[in-house]
Design a protein around this ligand. Structure first.
Ligand code: 13P
Length: 274
């Protein structure tokens, strides 16, 4: 991917960062449904002559779907990549119910989502756990997609950037320069609420996150790292986010469960003027 130069919506040069549109299915679609979904998505994008080199497409199914998705993607050589929604921080061993990073790598996962707000809130994941999971993912050759974001209360008390930047800094401390990772800025108040951040809000936080990466890991790593926006992204609001210079894609929840809707989000360049 490095070295590919694309011109994004609004004609802004994007340098070497290939936009990534990722669908986080959360706990939806079983393994049979996952096969039908990925097949239809690939057909829809092929029909529309989507350029996968210009906009990368990823799906994040539940663990139990991954083997089916792997089999389909590899047999049909589909240009869709995939990953898991979580990973254990531990190496294989006596950890009932956990999934090791190396198991995901064996299933040819490219990415793994780490620190989603639903994990932080519902499963008590701390910054320390998120950092440990990131290290485990990198050790197995996976690209961590690290989620950060503030609650409505944080927004009111600390402003938009403070909490996401602090959450990211807690992970950056343990990363070497040149690490290949992706950041998703997902304001908790925008997730599943139908009330997305404005493109300007997303840009403001994405720019602060990039500055934090630059400070800890240097400018080169900061320039190469993709920062996604997530939270009520739909086909009719994606273009505004993608016009922002520091927003390099989207992590889509609810709207990623509809093939045509998700396909329209992937093809945002066709409706950038919307
Ligand atoms: P929605 O797109 O449903 O708001 O979810 C966003 C999200 O949490 C993606 O990880």
């Amino acid at each position: 991917m490095a070295g590919v130069t694309t011109v994004r919506g609004g004609g802004q040069p994007q340098g070497a960062r290939v936009p990534l549109i990722a669908g986080n299915w959360k706990m939806n679609l079983d393994h049979l449904q996952s096969i039908a979904f990925v097949q239809k998505l690939a057909w829809s994008l092929k029909d529309a002559r989507h350029d996968f080199g210009a906009v990368e497409v990823a799906v994040f199914p539940p663990f139990t779907d991954l083997r089916s998705v792997q089999t389909l993607v590899s047999a049909d050589k589909l240009p869709i990549v995939y990953g898991a929604q979580d990973v254990s921080r531990h190496a294989p061993g006596a950890f009932t119910g956990e999934i090791a990073a190396e198991f995901l790598a064996k299933l040819d996962c490219t990415y793994v989502v780490i620190g989603h707000s639903e994990r932080r809130t519902l499963h008590g994941e701390t910054d320390e756990v998120v950092a440990a999971k990131t290290t485990a993912a990198l050790g197995a050759g996976l690209i961590p997609l690290i989620c950060v974001g503030e609650t409505a209360e944080d927004l009111e008390t600390h402003g938009a950037s403070a909490v996401p930047v602090a959450q990211l800094n807690a992970v950056l401390e343990s990363l070497p320069k040149g690490t290949d990772f992706v950041v998703a800025y997902e304001p908790v108040w925008a997730i599943g609420s139908g009330q997305a951040a404005t493109p300007e809000q997303a840009q403001q936080v994405a720019s602060a996150l990039r500055a934090a990466i630059s400070e800890r890991l240097g400018e080169e790593t900061a320039k190469a790292t993709r920062i996604l926006y997530g939270g009520s992204v739909k086909a009719d609001n994606i273009a505004g986010f993608m016009r922002q210079p520091d927003v390099d894609g989207a992590l889509v929840g609810g709207a990623s469960l509809d093939v045509e809707g998700f396909s329209a989000i992937v093809r945002y360049q066709k409706h950038v003027g919307v």
